[in-house]
Design a protein around this ligand. Structure first.
Ligand code: HEC
Ligand code: HEC
Length: 249
């Protein structure tokens, strides 16, 4: 009898433990989904379809079998994919687990231990700044204003307020102030820069140089009321990845 109770309770224990394990995995997956929606869905879409050929699909992407590569690319960026230096090993493990198992993918979990050991030796402690820290100059914003008027204003509006639904062009989103900031809160200037330079102006992408795009971004910040500083904003994606867009100081 004692033996039977022993066996029963160990069965019970095993099933409780595996339930706890499932719950832990579930919340890691859900945490990953939230991080994905805030940081990645802009380019790779909620459905993981991306928008090829510009933004590659993550759903059904065999590259995701390589966990080390995913972890490294998220932290450091890769080509037109911006870096996310502000995400820590916990968050990257959750994110990697999510994209490897969302939609039709099933590449398995990525543990925090795996992310931690992959990220070991990466430069840490470099400061994350915000758009409120004086990251562009007045002269740069003035150059940007001229470019904006010639290249972007026809669609996004002279005051950067965007334009309502138009039968020919659809609607265009605002590029400054509260409505823009609500959408972009928490994303980095690298995400804004990479997204904009490969998709805009939507009728003729890649018609501006990187220097011109960064000047337009400086102008967008100035219209949003962000303070000027002493150094120009540079089109260097690693630096831009450390400057976050925030609604307020
Ligand atoms: C500004 C648009 C943009 C954002 C935001 C973005 N990506 Fe990407 N991503 C890209 C592009 C473009 C590529 C293709 C990169 C290349 O090879 O040039 C890519 C490639 C990838 C790859 C495949 C890399 C490989 O070849 O192994 C993964 C995985 C990925 N992204 C995950 C993410 C995750 C996770 C996030 C959110 C933290 C994210 N991306 C955010 C644009 C973006
Ligand atoms: C021909 C019209 C047109 C021109 C010109 C244009 N855009 Fe756009 N832009 C759009 C449309 C339409 C969208 C919405 C795209 C979408 O959601 O896929 C958009 C979206 C954006 C976004 C994303 C905003 C968000 O919150 O989703 C940014 C940033 C942007 N444009 C910047 C620029 C800049 C900078 C220029 C000038 C270099 C520019 N655009 C020129 C039509 C245009």
């Amino acid at each position: 009898m004692k033996k039977l109770i022993g066996i029963l309770s160990s069965i019970l224990f095993v099933s409780v433990a595996s339930q706890a394990q499932e719950l832990a995995n579930m919340s890691q997956f859900e945490q990953g989904q939230q991080i994905y929606q805030a940081n990645c869905a802009l380019c790779h879409m909620d459905s993981g379809s991306g928008s090829p050929p510009i933004f590659l699909a993550l759903n059904g992407n065999e590259q995701l079998a390589d966990a080390t590569r995913i972890i490294t690319n998220i932290k450091q960026g890769a080509g037109a994919m911006p870096a996310f230096p502000g995400l820590d090993a916990d968050e990257i493990a959750a994110l990697a687990t999510y994209i490897r198992n969302a939609w039709t993918n099933s590449f398995g979990e990525v543990t925090v231990a795996e992310a931690t050991s992959t990220l070991d030796g990466f430069e840490e402690g470099l400061q994350i700044a915000s758009v409120w820290d004086g990251v562009y100059t007045e002269a740069q914003a003035q150059r940007g204003q001229i470019l904006y008027s010639g290249t972007c204003g026809s669609c996004h509006g002279r005051r950067l307020n965007g334009a309502p639904e138009d039968p020919d062009m659809g609607s265009t989103p605002p590029l400054a102030r509260a409505r823009f900031l609500r959408v972009w809160e928490g994303r980095s200037l690298a995400t804004l820069f990479e997204y904009t330079r490969v998709t805009m102006p939507s009728d003729n992408p890649t018609s501006l140089t990187d220097e011109e795009f960064i000047d337009v971004i400086a102008y967008m910040l100035s219209v949003g009321g962000m303070p000027i500083g002493t150094n120009e904003l540079e089109p260097d994606t690693q630096t831009l990845a450390r400057i976050l867009i925030q609604q307020s100081q």
